[in-house]
Write a protein that binds this ligand. Structure first.
Ligand code: EPZ
Length: 426
C-alpha cells in the first residue's frame, strides 16, 4: 500500500495541465464492446480504474494497448459475456459492461458490485430499467450474487428514473443503442460524463438526442462502427486543484480545463473569496486571504454542486474564518473525511440525520498521519497537508491513484512538496 507525504506551508504558484476525465473514460471503455472493431481513445488518463476496465476487456477476449495517453482497443473477438466477481469487486464501474454486453450479445453474467466507503451503491435503478426492455433477469450463485440477463430481442421502451442516476442512465443508453425501436429516458442524469458517452456513441453511429438534458431518446440501430475519440479534461481533477489554491493560497493557471462543466464549483470558490478568470481552455485562480465561510453548501445532481467535490470543499472551509455547513444529498456516508481532518485540528461536527456537516474554521491545520477512505477524500487530505503546518502522511493513497493520474506531479508543478512513498519506510 502506498502513502503520500506532504510538506505543508507553501502557497501555490505555476501552471499544470488537467488529465482526461476518469468518469468519461470508464463508460466509454465499456461501450467499445458494442462495436466489433477498433476504438481509439485519446487523452485517456492512465489511472487504476482505467487499468481495471482494460483487464475486464481482456477477460472478455478483447485487446488493448497504450500509446502514451492514447488507448487502442480491439473488440473484434469477444469470447465471453461473463464479468468475473473479482473484477466487479475491484471496481464497481465494471457494472457498465452489463448494458454494453447485453446490448451487443443479448446475454451477460456479472456479479453484484459491492458498496464502498461512501455508500451502499445499489443498482436497483439499473436492473428495474433494463428488465423493462424485454430482458430476463435471474440471480445465480449460492448468495444470489451473480446477475444473469438474457433476451432474444431488446425492445426500446419508456424508462422513468426515480433519481437521475449517472450509472443507471449510462447502462440504459448502452442497452438501448442496438435495440429494436426507441428508448426514452425520463429524469436522465445530465452529468457531462453522460453527455460524453452520448457524443462517443453518436460518433460511432448511434442515434441519440437530448444528451445533457433530463430527457434522452435513443433510436436503436443495426450496428456501430470504428471511432477515434478524444476525452474531455476531468472536471473533478480541475476542481480539486482549484480547491488546493483556495486552501493554501496562491496564484495558479490550470491548462486544458473543462470550464463550462465546473460553473457550480467556480461560483462557490468565488463566494469564499477566490479570484477566478476563465478562457475557453484555461482557468486562472488566485486566493490571497483566508477563505470566507459558506452557509448551506448542498451537493446536487448536475448542474448543481458535485458530490465529488464535497470532501475538497470541507478541507477548504475547515480553514475559513467562520462557520460553514455542508449538506451531502447524494451519498449516505460521504463524511468519513471529517474524522481524518479532525486529526489535523479541524473543528467539524456531523449531524447524520440531517446529512449535515458543521465546520468551524480554525487558524491553521497541523500535519498528521491520516487515511484516504476514497479517492476524493484522499485528494482532500493532500490539499489539507499542503495548507497545514508541518508534515502530513496520507496513507492508503492507492485509492487516490484510482482517479488521479499523478497528483504529486500535478501539485508539485504548482510549487507544492508532495511525494509518493511506500508505507514501510514511514
Ligand atoms: C457516478 O457514480 C460517479 N462514478 C461518481 O463518482 C459520482 O459521485 C456519482 O456518479 C454522482 O455524481 C462514475 O461515474 C464512475 P449514481 P454512480 O448512480 O453512477 C443511488 C468518483 O469519485 N442509486 O448517480 O454510481 C446511489 O446510491 C465517483 O469519481 C440507487 O439508489 O452514481 C447514490 O446515492 C464516486 N440505485 C445516488 O443514487 C441505483 O440503481 C447517485 O448514484 C443507482 C444509484
Amino acid at each position: 500500500m502506498s502513502s503520500i507525504n506532504v510538506i505543508g506551508g507553501g502557497r501555490l504558484k505555476g501552471e499544470t495541465k488537467i488529465q482526461g476525465s476518469k468518469n468519461a473514460a470508464l463508460p466509454i471503455i465499456a461501450a467499445t464492446v458494442l462495436n466489433k472493431g477498433i476504438t481509439i481513445l485519446r487523452n485517456c488518463p492512465r489511472i487504476l480504474d482505467v487499468f481495471h476496465m482494460i483487464n475486464v476487456l481482456k477477460e472478455l477476449g478483447c485487446l488493448a494497448t497504450w500509446e502514451g495517453n492514447t488507448l487502442i482497443m480491439d473488440t473484434s473477438n469477444v469470447t465471453s459475456t461473463k464479468v468475473s466477481e473479482s473484477s466487479v469487486q475491484k471496481m464497481r464501474s465494471s457494472i457498465l459492461f452489463l448494458g454494453a454486453l447485453l446490448g451487443r450479445y443479448h446475454e451477460v453474467s456479472i456479479a453484484y458490485p459491492g458498496g464502498c466507503s461512501i455508500g451502499n451503491r445499489p443498482i436497483d435503478y439499473h436492473l428495474d430499467s433494463i428488465k423493462k426492455m424485454n430482458v430476463n433477469q435471474e440471480f445465480l450463485g449460492e448468495d444470489k450474487g451473480i446477475i444473469h440477463c438474457n433476451t432474444d430481442k431488446i425492445i426500446g421502451t419508456d424508462i422513468f428514473l426515480k433519481f437521475p442516476s449517472v450509472g443507471a442512465t449510462q447502462n440504459v443508453i448502452l442497452t438501448a443503442v442496438l435495440a429494436k425501436g426507441v428508448t426514452r429516458i425520463f429524469n436522465a442524469a445530465r452529468e457531462p460524463e453522460v453527455m460524453e458517452l452520448c457524443n462517443f456513441l453518436m460518433e460511432a453511429g448511434a442515434r441519440i438526442c437530448g444528451k445533457g438534458t433530463s430527457y434522452i431518446e435513443i433510436e436503436g440501430v443495426g450496428n456501430l462502427h470504428d471511432v477515434e475519440y478524444t476525452l474531455s479534461p476531468d472536471r473533478i481533477v480541475a476542481g480539486t486543484y482549484m480547491a488546493a489554491v483556495a486552501a493554501a493560497g496562491g496564484d495558479v493557471v490550470l491548462l486544458d480545463t473543462p470550464v463550462g462543466q465546473i460553473e457550480s464549483v467556480i461560483k462557490v470558490l468565488e463566494k469564499i473569496g477566490c479570484k477566478i478568470k476563465t478562457s475557453d481552455e484555461y482557468i486562472k485562480i488566485c486566493c490571497n486571504r483566508k477563505p470566507l465561510p459558506y452557509d448551506m453548501l448542498k451537493t446536487q445532481p448536475y448542474p448543481g454542486f458535485p458530490t465529488d467535490m464535497q470532501s475538497q470543499l470541507m478541507t477548504v472551509l475547515s480553514l475559513s474564518d467562520g462557520k460553514s455547513t455542508i449538506i451531502e444529498e447524494i451519498f449516505e456516508s460521504r463524511y468519513q473525511n471529517a474524522y481524518e481532518l479532525k486529526k489535523m485540528g479541524a473543528k467539524i461536527t456531523i449531524e447524520k440525520a440531517q446529512k449535515k456537516a458543521v465546520i468551524s474554521g480554525v487558524k491553521h491545520l497541523e500535519g498528521a498521519k491520516v487515511i484516504a477512505h476514497d479517492l476524493r477524500a484522499g485528494a482532500a487530505l493532500v490539499i489539507a497537508g499542503i495548507a497545514a503546518q508541518g508534515a502530513t502522511i496520507v496513507k492508503e493513497a492507492t485509492s487516490i491513484e484510482r482517479g488521479y493520474e499523478d497528483i504529486c506531479r500535478d501539485l508539485n508543478n504548482l510549487g507544492a512538496s508532495v511525494r509518493y512513498c511506500s508505507d514501510n519506510i514511514q
